[in-house]
Design a protein around this ligand. Structure first.
Ligand SMILES: Nc1ncnc2c1ncn2[C@@H]1O[C@H](COP(=O)(O)OP(=O)(O)OP(=O)(O)O)[C@@H](O)[C@H]1O
Ligand SMILES: [Zn+2]
Length: 495
């Protein structure tokens, strides 16, 4: 196992006083990073075998906001999130086909073609949602030696055993197994819906390495013969490699708490590596009260959603509920997100429109109000990243700004303060104005206006039956990565 270099002396700010809900301790606790001024974060990433849906976006946006908040309060953040491209089987009892292989057969593609196809689709969706790129985005198949090394260590220490070319973690050898989810070994169900595998000593043991059956394409040499890693071990190996022992925050969906995160902790700590110091879990996005999920078929892919809706409205909908709360997705929720988001952006644009010609006068009452909303926003984010309260602070700001704008002239200083509040808090922290800074925000506006013109020209060609010209425009846009789709509400474009 290699570890990151020790951090240089820090230039950190005083402790910003962030408090977060740690799943392990089941309460809110002060957040104190292991190395002052620096935070190492790991998030369980996607299994790249299909397009992501809105539920996946809830998780990605939730932890993106955590990261952005830490940056805002002056921390340096190393954000590691993995790509699962092997070992995630169709059920949790170490049986069933690899999800990627099943998809590869269905689509008649190489497994790595499936992984790349859906990885890039995921990247495109996350870019659209203004999710910052990870500092490191390691793939499971690129870290087989690290996983084998960790498994060997577990065998050496008597916490894992080989059986018929597979290796299992011996849960009975590790009494702490269950400490995150609060499940005691005795309470854990014996076996699961599926038949218990005969090569396990205990039905609760989980696979670290699986022997490859003949014909299984994804296979690697190992001390136990040809096979492939279990799903859980990749996260232990890659988080420890890139963040070091005792890294700060481990995140993921609440549905991963057991068995995935429980297994990550057991494998790492039983091998002698202290693991994450704080555990954060997001709740689920639901539709009609049920978790949105691929298997239930009640999902909307981001690809489809973002083709017709402004990604920033989608993001606004997601940050409108707390990461530990359920987010219910409905037409009404969407409409309210759309109008709420418009309210913020209209105020911001009016502020920016007036700024160049603003008078030098001072508006002490407005300035004081703006300062109050900024403090309310920051207090909300310090309190377990309370985005609904933070959004309420932005609405409070908007009410005051709108009142001042309606009352007459507002001086430059107050307009600057309002703009900074929107751009820094709404833009940089909540990620609601793609681009984040005013300059890049202006770019987005220019691109939007230019695209409107191009689409009008294309409509014009189509109405005049000049289809070749219309197609030419569409192809030119496609060559620079812009897709145009015709919907019942007219043409839409996306990157
Ligand atoms: N509806 C959801 N809300 C929030 N997070 C979700 C949701 N669905 C999935 N996730 C997160 O994304 C991770 C990966 O999800 P996964 O690929 O299993 O999707 P899924 O739609 O739940 O698929 P399946 O129904 O096949 O289990 C989950 O473990 C969870 O953390
Ligand atoms: Zn994981």
């Amino acid at each position: 196992m290699t570890h990151p270099e020790p951090a240089p002396p820090s230039t950190r700010q005083p402790d910003p006083g962030i408090v977060l809900y740690d799943t392990m301790q089941r309460q809110k606790v002060p957040f104190v990073p292991g190395v002052p001024g620096r935070v190492g974060m790991y998030l369980c990433g996607p299994t790249v075998y299909s397009d992501a849906h809105l539920g996946h976006a809830k998780k990605e946006v939730a932890f993106d906001v955590v990261r952005r908040t830490l940056l805002h309060f002056g921390y340096q953040v190393r954000y590691v999130t993995n790509v699962t491209d092997v070992g995630h089987l169709q059920n949790d009892s170490d049986d069933g086909e690899d999800k990627l292989l099943a998809r590869a057969r269905l689509e008649q593609l190489e497994p790595m073609e499936v992984a790349d196809k859906y990885f890039w689709s995921f990247v495109r969706d996350m870019d659209a949602l203004n999710v910052l790129k990870p500092s490191i985005n390691p793939r499971a198949t690129g870290h087989i030696p690290e996983q084998i090394e960790l498994i060997e260590e577990l065998i050496r220490r008597g916490h894992a055993y080989e059986s018929g070319g597979s290796v299992y973690f011996d849960v009975r050898s590790w009494p702490e197994y269950g400490k995150l989810s609060g499940r005691r070994l005795d309470d854990q169900e014996e076996g699961t819906r599926e038949a218990v595998r005969e090569d396990k000593r205990d039905p609760r043991d989980f696979a670290l390495w699986k022997q490859a059956e003949p014909g299984h394409i994804m296979r690697w040499e190992s001390p136990w013969g040809e096979g492939f890693p279990g799903w859980h071990i990749e996260c232990s190996a890659m988080s420890l490699k890139y963040l070091g022992e005792g890294f700060d925050i481990h995140g993921g969906g609440i549905d991963l708490e057991f068995p995935h995160h429980e297994a990550e902790i057991a494998q790492s700590e039983a091998a002698g590596h202290p693991f994450a110091r704080y555990w954060m879990h997001n709740n689920m996005l639901t539709i009609g009260g049920e978790k949105m999920s691929k298997s239930k078929g009640n999902f909307t892919t981001l690809r489809d959603l973002l083709a017709v809706h402004d990604p920033m409205v989608v993001r606004f909908l997601l940050v409108g509920s707390h990461y530990r709360s359920i987010t219910e997705f409905s037409d009404a929720a969407f409409e309210s997100a759309r109008s709420g988001y418009r309210r913020l952006t209209e105020a911001l644009h009016e502020v920016e429109r007036r700024l160049p010609t603003a008078p030098g006068k001072s508006d002490p009452a407005l300035l004081e109000n703006i300062g109050g909303h900024v403090r309310a926003f920051e207090d909300a984010m310090r309190d377990d990243f309370n985005t609904p309260r933070a959004v309420a602070a932005l609405f409070g700001l908007t009410t005051d700004v709108n009142a001042a704008l309606a009352a007459g002239e507002v001086g430059r200083e107050a307009l600057e303060a309002a703009r900074t509040a929107y751009r820094t808090l709404g833009g940089d922290v909540l990620g609601l104005f793609a681009g984040g800074t005013a300059e890049r925000g202006d770019d987005a506006q220019v691109v939007g206006a230019l695209m409107d013109l191009v689409l009008q020209a294309r409509q014009h060609y189509r109405l005049n039956k000049q289809y070749a010209q219309a197609d030419d425009l569409r192809d030119t846009l496609a060559s620079v990565g812009v897709t145009v789709e015709d919907t019942k509400d007219g043409p839409r474009w996306r990157r």
